[in-house]
Design a protein around this ligand. Structure first.
Ligand code: FES
Ligand SMILES: [Fe+2]
Length: 397
């Protein structure tokens, strides 16, 4: 892969920052040069995308849906992660389980993408039916097949965790629990928004972004562009002078970027922002839990479609799942300013990176942190390269 400052350097920088968030530069290093961004092929090469799919998306925790979307037995939500069709379903025992959306007979999908409800899961091809916990219930003509025992057959299950009310799945059977992958996040999110686990989905929408998933994720994880490109957000939600994004974790590591800011003090605040500061927890690789001031809970998640196409999902959560006037104001302003502005930015960046004229430039890694800092980008680049540059197939998420 084309040379730039190494992933190890970026990761070391991230680790240093995790231990000392306001680190000062090493004094008197005459050879110090800025870290540079990644070469174009990390964002444009289908082979890199294929490696990211296998080594990142099929090994890290992926957001499925909010628990409030499947409240009762038989409720399900189906979705895809990098082409793998999955669904989560609540059993009669009220437990949520996740399954590959693949019939154990000859492989037909069992449910369509999106939400639904079933008393049993019946395959539309030959009508094999499954219990809500994945056990095979019946298969037409099975009693005439010697040795057929339905007790031997159940849907293939994948790991599932509920984390602060959000449902995640992991295709890696050896995956560590989310509290080990993102240490400290649960506690910090609860400190910022104590009732977060009682929220319900209130509004959601999505859009297709013509860019690589990491272009979208990078854009989300730096606010260097906020004063220029998100003037409404920079005045209406945050206090730019107190804004910071840094790797977050403890001695266990962790692949989280925490965004922090005081609530805006501007007369252009979008709404009454009293009640809490701003905070966001980006969980590598493709989900972010965000709390706008006043405990307005929202999320982003990204679904990679192909090397230069990504689906971005935006969602909002309230105590009762309703959208009151205040929440409607935030949803509308956010969609029409920040969300729309970012869509343009990431589309432009992908075109630029794909140009023959593109040369990766220096990252604004500022040891003092602050809104103009791009240490978070260096951390993302390190995490990506650890996975896609590895020569063997060892776990690296
Ligand atoms: S493929 Fe599902 S019943 Fe045949
Ligand atoms: Fe942005």
């Amino acid at each position: 892969m084309a040379g730039d400052n190494s992933a190890a350097t970026a990761t070391a920088a991230a680790q240093t920052m995790r231990q000392r968030p306001a680190a000062t530069p090493a004094p008197g290093n005459p050879r110090a040069v800025p870290l540079t961004g990644l070469a174009a092929q990390y964002f444009t090469d289908p082979a890199v995308f294929a490696r990211a799919r296998e080594r990142i998306f099929f090994r890290a925790w992926q957001f499925a849906c909010h628990a409030s979307q499947t409240p009762a037995p038989g409720d399900y939500f189906a979705f895809s992660v990098c082409g793998e069709s999955l669904f989560v379903m609540r059993g009669r025992d009220r437990k949520l389980r996740a399954f590959y959306n693949v019939c154990r007979h000859r492989g037909h999908p069992l449910v369509e993408d999106g939400s639904g409800k079933r008393a049993t899961v019946v395959c539309p091809y030959h009508a094999w039916s499954y219990e809500l916990d994945g056990r095979l219930r019946a298969a037409p003509n099975a009693n005439r097949v010697a040795g057929f025992d339905k007790r031997d057959i159940r849907l293939r299950e994948v790991k599932l965790e509920e984390f602060l009310g959000f449902v995640f799945v992991n295709l890696d059977e050896q995956a560590k629990p989310m509290d080990d992958c993102y240490p400290g996040v649960r506690e910090a999110a609860l400190a910022l928004c104590p009732d977060i686990e009682a929220r319900a989905l209130a509004h959601a929408f999505s859009a297709r972004e013509p860019c690589n998933w990491l272009v979208a994720v990078e854009n989300y994880n730096e606010c260097y562009h906020c004063p220029t490109a998100h003037r409404s957000f920079a005045e209406g939600i945050i206090d730019p002078n107190s804004y910071n994004i840094a790797p977050f974790g403890d001695e266990r590591g962790g692949r989280c970027l925490r965004h922090e800011s005081k609530a805006t003090k501007s007369a252009r605040a979008w709404y009454d922002v009293s009640g809490s500061d701003y905070g966001s927890f980006y969980l590598w690789p493709a989900f972010s839990l965000q709390v706008y001031p006043g405990r307005v809970v929202n999320s982003y998640h990204w679904r990679p479609l192909q090397v230069d196409a990504t689906e971005v999902h935006r969602a909002w959560y309230s105590a009762d799942g309703a959208v009151d006037d205040k929440l409607q104001t935030v949803i509308d302003l956010d969609r029409d300013t920040t969300f729309a502005e970012d869509l343009k930015l990431v589309s432009g960046v992908q075109r630029g990176i794909a140009s023959r004229g593109f040369v990766p430039g220096p990252l604004m890694v500022d040891p003092n942190g602050g809104i103009g800092n791009e240490l978070s980008i260096a951390a993302l680049h390190g995490w990506l390269r650890e996975a896609v540059d590895a020569v063997d197939d060892s776990p690296a998420v």
